[in-house]
Design a protein around this ligand. Structure first.
Ligand code: PMP
Length: 334
C-alpha cells in the first residue's frame, strides 16, 4: 500500500480559512477545518496519538479490544483506527447524543453501550465510570481521553504547530471549547512556548462549570445543555485551564444561531460545538479595539445535527425558534 492510500496518513494538516462574512469587529477570524479529518472531526488526532502511545508501550496488543467513553467523535475516530489496525471497540455513550452518530458507529461494527445522560461522575451509570468498569472486566485497553496525556500531546505537537505555520507566526488569540480539554491544553502549552502573548479563550456552554471555574476557581453545580462535545460537569484531569485569559458562557440558542448563520452566510455546515466556539470568538472579536488575528475551529461537520439544530421543528420544540418554518436569525431566542 502506498503511503497516501492509508486514511490514517491524512489525519491533521487540515485547511485553515478566514471567515469574511461575519461581523468580527476589528478582527480577522480564521477557522481550522477539523471536520476534514478522515473520520470527520478534530478527534482523529487524539485517537491516533492515544492508540500509537498504547501500542508503543504494550498496553494495546494485536487484536486487542479498546474501550472508551465518548460523546461520539472520539468514538468515530477510534472506530476508524480499530478498523485500520485490527482492534475491537466498545464505546460507552450518553443517551443525549445524536442518533446519526450512534447509527454511524454501529454501522462501523462498534459495540455501542448507551447510558444515562442525567447522572454525574461517581454514579455507576455515568459514562466514564461505566467505561472504566467495562474495560477492567474485559481486560481491554481503556483509552481514557480524560486522563490520557497522549490527548493534549496530539494538539501540542500537531494542531498548534500547524496553526502557527498557517498563520505565518501571527496569532493574537485562539478560541477553543473543553470536552476532555485536550485541544485547549495542548494549544496552551504550544503557544506558551512560541507566543506567550497569544490569548487563550474558552468557549463554554451555559450549564457547564468550566467558564466559572476559570474565573473564580470555584467548581459549581452543572446544569444541562444541548450542544454536543464540549462543556463539563467536572474538571477533566488531563486539562490545564490555567492559561485561559477570557471565558465566555454561551447559551444553546446563541450557539445554534451562530452555526445557522455560518451556514447561511459562509456556506459552511458546522457542528454545534463549533457554533459555541464561533459565538465566543465573535464576542471576543467585537470587544477588541485593535485589529487582531483570531483562530478557532470547525470541530466537526453539521451533517450530524441535521435532525437537531438545523431542523426548525426541533428548534421550535426546544423553544429556540418562534417561527419554525422560516429559520430567520432574528427568531432565535437565546
Ligand atoms: N467539539 C466536538 C464536536 C467534540 O466532540 C469534542 C470532543 N469531545 C470537542 C469539541 C472538544 O475537544 P476536547 O476533548 O479536545 O476538549
Amino acid at each position: 500500500m502506498s503511503r497516501d492510500a492509508d486514511p490514517l496518513n491524512h489525519i491533521g494538516n487540515t485547511p485553515l480559512i478566514e471567515l469574511t462574512r461575519l461581523d468580527a469587529g476589528p478582527c480577522q477570524l480564521f477557522v481550522k477545518l477539523e471536520n476534514q479529518n478522515p473520520s470527520g472531526s478534530i478527534k482523529d488526532r487524539v485517537a491516533l496519538s492515544m492508540i500509537e502511545a498504547a501500542e508503543a508501550d504494550g498496553r494495546l496488543t494485536p487484536g486487542g479490544r479498546i474501550v472508551e467513553a465518548t460523546a461520539g467523535n472520539t468514538g468515530l475516530a477510534l472506530a476508524l483506527l480499530a478498523i485500520r489496525r485490527g482492534y475491537s471497540l466498545t464505546l460507552v455513550i450518553p443517551d443525549k447524543m445524536s442518533r446519526e452518530k450512534i447509527a454511524h458507529l454501529r454501522a462501523m461494527g462498534v459495540e455501542v453501550v448507551l447510558t444515562r445522560s442525567d447522572v454525574a461522575k461517581g454514579h455507576p451509570e455515568y459514562y466514564q465510570d461505566l467505561a472504566e468498569r467495562l474495560a477492567h472486566e474485559n481486560g481491554a485497553f481503556f483509552a481514557d481521553q480524560f486522563n490520557n496525556p497522549a490527548n493534549p500531546a496530539a494538539h501540542e505537537t500537531t494542531t498548534g504547530p500547524e496553526i502557527w505555520e498557517q498563520m505565518g507566526g501571527q496569532v493574537d488569540a485562539v478560541v477553543a471549547g473543553v470536552g476532555s480539554g485536550g485541544t485547549l491544553t495542548g494549544l496552551s502549552r504550544f503557544f506558551s512556548r512560541v507566543s506567550p502573548a497569544t490569548d487563550i479563550v474558552l468557549a463554554d456552554p451555559k450549564g457547564s462549570i468550566l467558564a466559572e471555574y476559570t474565573r473564580s476557581g470555584q467548581v459549581g453545580t452543572a446544569g444541562s445543555w444541548l450542544v454536543e462535545g464540549i462543556g463539563e460537569d467536572f474538571i477533566p484531569p488531563v486539562s490545564d485551564l490555567s492559561r485561559v485569559r477570557h471565558a465566555y458562557t454561551i447559551t444553546d440558542g446563541e450557539s445554534f444561531a451562530v452555526a445557522r448563520q455560518v451556514l447561511r452566510d459562509e456556506g459552511l455546515l458546522i457542528g454545534s460545538s463549533s457554533g459555541t466556539l464561533l459565538a465566543a470568538a465573535l464576542r471576543y472579536c467585537r470587544e477588541q479595539t485593535e485589529p487582531k488575528r483570531v483562530v478557532s475551529f470547525v470541530c466537526d461537520s453539521g451533517n450530524k445535527y441535521l435532525s437537531k439544530m438545523y431542523n426548525d421543528f426541533w428548534m421550535a420544540d426546544q423553544g429556540l425558534l418562534s417561527r419554525p418554518r422560516h429559520g430567520d436569525l432574528r427568531d432565535i431566542i437565546s
